[in-house]
Ligand binder design. Structure first.
Ligand code: ZN
Length: 502
């Protein structure tokens, strides 16, 4: 069979498997937004049937034989065909190389792990959770071994979330970032302005939910989120799911923390813009799927931080904000508002962290994961190691494990290697930002006029439309003309926060 014919037969099979996955996402969205409390068990059964159907579609032997044929004569494929085959191989191997018994055991362990973590966190009892973590590590190593990467298990875990990423690359990037960011953070925290920022943030109280909803809808619409092809609802934990012409975002409202829902929504809208910008005709193949979690996170962070925390953004939106909240904003100056939007305060809790300190929370988790996988650190020694790292990086020591090693859910179901993408996303966002500032020096004036079209157009063309043709690091190299480097993130933080605090 000619290579073009094989590819033509392969693509619909890939799309079918992907479509089944999107149905699962929709069920998951509905579960968190709409599900009646008595329907949980029925929903779990629906998930199980769908997962089985999707697994059968993904491991279809016809995909295997088409891939083998395509891989036998790689020279006959163009660059897009090569990318499609490479990504399909990755998915096919994951679906077929893990024994069914292992997959079943791992699912049970994941669910058990979650409950064990929740109990341990509530009781501040790391010792009861340690055996679960040990088991999860063992499962991760076994999974890597089934995929032929048992000797580099942590690389395998990183690659799961960001194709092509290695621990050595992350190590180099994070080492450099830590060196430059810790002194900057210390200087900001010691500044008398930090105190004022906290005080101003504390004055933002009593913002009615309905007006918050109106405002964030206007903001997300203005930056380009297409509500004909997506929607926003309320859930306990904000997220963005779906793709192409059906993107579902969620948020949550707090009357006394009005900036939370706003920046949370802009963040999710950044994820949503990426999904809406993928080439629709290629959904489900490497041409129409995102480039990995780091690039995904770069899109959400760029809109949330570089754009929506900027002075020029607020130059446009502040009048409308005051119009919606006249009593709540009386007596608040524009400088106060800008300071509240960019308040910095080291905290022990990652999800509460600001844009400056957040990255150090991730460096800490990466260092722990790396040492757990290399065997340098035993699970039982995690709490102590966590405390030492927290002191070194954040200048804070948790009084208990609830505020330390037990705070995050990720490891409880074995999601190792996921954390780094958060910080890599910040680095990529800052490097893209540096690039667009050079390409369009008047960009911030666009924002002040409420015009975000140029930026979105540039991201559409250079990032979104590329799908998964390149790894995160290669995409950055192609789009910005240089290797990914933390120096852009440090320079951006220095400019924004140095200007405000130092
Ligand atoms: Zn995100």
């Amino acid at each position: 069979m000619a290579q073009a014919d094989s590819l033509e037969e392969l693509v619909p099979l890939l799309k079918r498997s992907h479509l089944l996955g999107t149905i699962g996402e929709l069920l998951g969205w509905d579960e968190q937004v709409n599900l009646p409390p008595g329907a949980a068990e029925q929903r779990a059964a629906q998930h199980a049937v769908l997962a089985e159907t999707q697994h059968a579609a993904t491991s279809d032997a016809r995909i295997g034989s088409l891939l083998a044929g395509l891989e036998a004569r790689p020279a006959e494929l163009d660059a897009d065909g090569t990318a499609i085959v490479k990504n399909a191989r990755r998915d096919y191997d994951r679906a077929t190389k893990l024994p069914a018994e292992f997959v079943r055991e791992k699912a049970v362990q994941g669910s058990r792990g979650y409950h064990a973590w929740a109990r341990a966190k509530a009781a501040d009892d790391f010792a009861s959770y340690a055996p679960v973590l040990e088991k999860n590590l063992e499962f991760a190593r076994r999974e890597a071994a089934y995929l032929g990467r048992g000797d580099v298990a942590y690389d395998y875990m990183l690659d799961k979330h960001d194709p092509g990423l290695t621990a050595a690359a992350v190590d180099r990037l994070f080492g450099e970032l830590k060196r430059d960011l810790v002194p900057l953070m210390n200087a900001i925290v010691a500044s008398p302005v930090a105190e004022r920022a906290r005080a101003v943030s504390g004055r933002l109280r009593g913002f009615p939910v309905e007006a918050q909803r109106v405002f964030l809808r206007e903001v997300t619409e203005r930056i380009g989120f297409d509500y004909m092809r997506g929607r926003i609802d309320v859930s306990l934990h904000p997220f963005c799911s779906g793709t192409g012409s059906d993107v579902r975002m969620t948020t949550r409202y707090k009357e006394d923390q009005p900036l939370d829902a706003l920046f949370g929504s802009v963040h999710e809208a950044g994820h949503g813009l990426y999904e809406q910008g993928l080439p629709a005709e290629w959904l489900g193949t490497a041409r129409g799927i995102h480039a990995g979690m780091a690039v995904h996170e770069s899109q959400s962070r760029l809109w949330e931080n570089q754009v929506a925390r900027s002075r020029s953004f607020w130059r446009h939106f502040e009048p409308r904000w005051r119009e919606l909240f006249p009593a709540q904003t009386a007596g608040l100056t524009s400088d106060d508002l800008y300071l509240a939007v960019n308040a910095v305060e080291p905290t022990l809790i990652r999800v509460d962290a600001d844009e400056v300190t957040y990255n150090l929370h991730i460096v800490l988790r990466f260092e722990m994961e790396k040492k757990l996988f290399s065997g340098e650190l035993a699970v039982r020694d995690l709490p102590l190691a966590w405390r030492a790292a927290s002191r070194e990086l954040l200048g804070l020591e948790p009084a208990n494990d609830r505020e330390g090693v037990l705070q995050d859910v990720h490891w409880s179901d074995g999601a190792f290697g996921y954390f780094p993408s958060y910080c890599l996303g910040n680095m990529i966002a800052a490097q893209l930002w540096a690039r667009v500032r050079v390409l369009r020096p008047g960009l911030v004036e666009d924002f002040a006029r409420g015009d975000f079209a140029w930026l979105l157009g540039w991201l559409r063309e250079n990032v979104h439309a590329q799908g998964r043709r390149f790894s995160a690091l290669e995409l950055v190299r192609r789009v910005t003309g240089e290797e990914l480097s933390p120096r852009h993130l440090v320079a951006y933080l220095q400019e924004r926060y140095g200007g405000l605090y130092l």
